[in-house]
Design a protein. Structure first.
Length: 103
């Protein structure tokens, strides 16, 4: 693959696609390899077209809807008293739920 610029478009070859597939642990048939090579080259051509657009005066956009995060206070509110929760456990010891060892 060659560096990307308007004068020197990126060319995707079978060897590059095969190498990327091997890195991704993907096995491809010859037909899949050929199709994916064409698809990747078309995608890169489209991205190169976007690079030719004049974006002078266009401010970067990171949010389109105007929505913002809604935050709430993190307040701990127990639902049941400890005694009732411990009564639901199959086994307890020293006011705690007893569970089997996991090693």
């Amino acid at each position: 693959m060659v560096g990307m610029s308007a004068r020197n478009p990126v060319k995707v070859d079978r060897a590059t696609v095969a190498y990327l597939a091997a890195l991704s642990s993907i096995s491809l048939s010859d037909d899949e390899l050929a199709g994916l090579t064409i698809d990747l080259e078309n995608i890169i051509k489209y991205i190169e077209q976007l690079g030719e657009l004049d974006t002078t005066g266009v401010e970067p956009t990171f949010q389109l809807t105007g929505l913002s995060n809604v935050w709430r206070d993190d307040v701990i509110e127990p639902q049941l008293p400890r005694e009732k929760l411990l009564a639901l456990a199959p086994d307890t010891k020293n006011n705690q739920v007893k569970v089997p060892k996991v090693l």
